[in-house]
Design a protein around this ligand. Structure first.
Ligand SMILES: Cc1ncc(COP(=O)(O)O)c(C=O)c1O
Length: 388
């Protein structure tokens, strides 16, 4: 439901959790499901077109990143791609020291926890400033002081507070210290142009459902000079990197979603950027004591798609607040979606907020091209009503 009227409406503000599939993408997926059911590994006339579709998708995705097609490995999503890269780096690339941050997605933090146990690697966390921004001088120090070959794993955009990493700066530090660089780019692929011929990053990852594509598919970019080995063993699909029959319709849907997102990037970015600015201004003028967590209120330091808002009411009222917004047709999220249903508070907010601030209700609103200014007006009006 995305229709909007004065009497009944649904406003979807949880695009960092997942996005609506574009109609053109859904059409393409259905077409492939109906007409290309051959197994891409089969050499007969049913299999060959499926194989061609996969290879065309790989070529198109690689072209957007300015890399070679052979460097794109299809996976089930961002989590698998992060696991593949980090696990294999410990096991096959002899990385003994990982440098990361405490506010990475759990696909990274929990994988690093396991690597400490399984491979006895050292994990260091870079200092963050009071808004959760990486302290680049401290990263330099950690790299300088390391006796072992390092891999730096820092996300491009934080999925809860929207903070943006300076990829180029981290890349230069990694080059200087001969370290490998992995960046979780799940929140930025399809929303930013990333030219890997200009910035040296060894590994990045993507997830189609974050840029209006289907769920259950993503990719890892693995620089061709890195000799990673697979996590999943079996057939020789994905040149042995990732066994298992390829999800042809999802892969085609992902490349179609990326093609459209990149073709419309400037236009859609302007629309969403303006909505976010409008949202910030409206909240500031309507709610006394409202704050923005991390750097999300700073248009220069955060992504244009996400705002993490701290309201001047007690944390104990958070569930009820979200529930009431939901009843009013406003879908947003407390922390990141991966944690909803569990009692653990957000590890990101725990890291960047003071005790007092943690006692306030924080809610993430994440925007897409399908949002409208009227929806922001409605959301702010409903929030103001709930606060009064
Ligand atoms: C930054 C980040 N990394 C990884 C993931 C996991 O991606 P997927 O849902 O494709 O496994 C997410 C999803 O929320 C994310 O936001």
């Amino acid at each position: 439901m995305d229709t909007f009227s004065n009497t009944s409406y649904q406003c979807y503000f949880d695009n960092a959790a997942t996005t609506r599939v574009r109609d053109e993408v859904a059409d393409k997926i259905i077409d492939v499901l109906k007409n290309n059911y051959g197994n891409p590994s089969s050499t007969h006339s049913y299999g060959r077109p499926s194989k061609s579709l996969i290879e065309l998708s790989r070529k198109e995705i690689a072209a957007h990143l300015n890399v070679s097609s052979s460097e794109i490995i299809f996976t089930s999503g961002g989590t698998e791609a992060d696991n593949l890269i980090l696990r294999s780096a410990a096991r096959d690339l002899n990385i003994k020291h990982f440098i990361s941050s405490k506010i990475e997605h759990h696909a990274v933090t929990h994988t690093l926890d396991e690597l400490e146990k399984d491979y006895n690697v050292k994990v260091s966390f870079v200092n963050l400033d009071e808004n959760g921004m990486v302290d680049y001088d401290n990263l330099n120090e950690l790299l300088s002081n390391s006796k072992d070959k390092c891999l730096v794993s820092l996300m491009h955009v934080n999925n809860e507070i929207g903070n943006m990493l300076d990829l180029e700066r981290v890349s230069n530090l990694c080059i200087e210290h001969n370290a490998l660089f992995h960046s979780d780019t799940v929140q930025t692929i399809g929303h930013y142009n990333i030219d890997l011929s200009k910035i040296k990053i060894d590994f990045i990852v993507a997830s189609a459902h974050k840029f209006h594509g289907p769920k259950g598919v993503g990719f890892a970019y693995i620089n061709k000079s890195s000799s990673l080995r697979p996590l999943i063993f079996g057939g020789t699909q994905e040149r042995g990197y990732r066994a298992g029959t390829e999800s042809v319709h999802n892969i085609v849907g992902m490349s179609e979603a990326l093609n459209i997102s990149i073709a419309k990037l400037d236009e859609e970015k302007t629309h969403i950027y303006n909505l976010k600015q409008y949202f910030i201004d409206k909240l500031k003028s309507s709610i006394k004591g409202v704050k923005f967590n991390g750097c999300s209120g700073d248009m220069k330091k955060s992504t244009y798609t996400l705002l993490n808002i701290q309201f001047p009411i007690e944390q104990s009222k958070a569930e009820m607040f979200l529930f009431k917004l939901d009843l009013k047709g406003i879908a947003c999220s407390k922390g990141s979606a991966c944690q909803s249903g569990s009692d653990a508070g957000s590890h990101v907010l725990n890291e960047v907020l003071s005790g007092d601030e943690l006692n306030k209700v924080s809610i993430r609103f994440s925007l897409s091209v399908y949002n409208k200014k009227e929806e922001i007006d409605l959301a702010v009006n409903e929030i103001v009503n709930l606060l009064n």
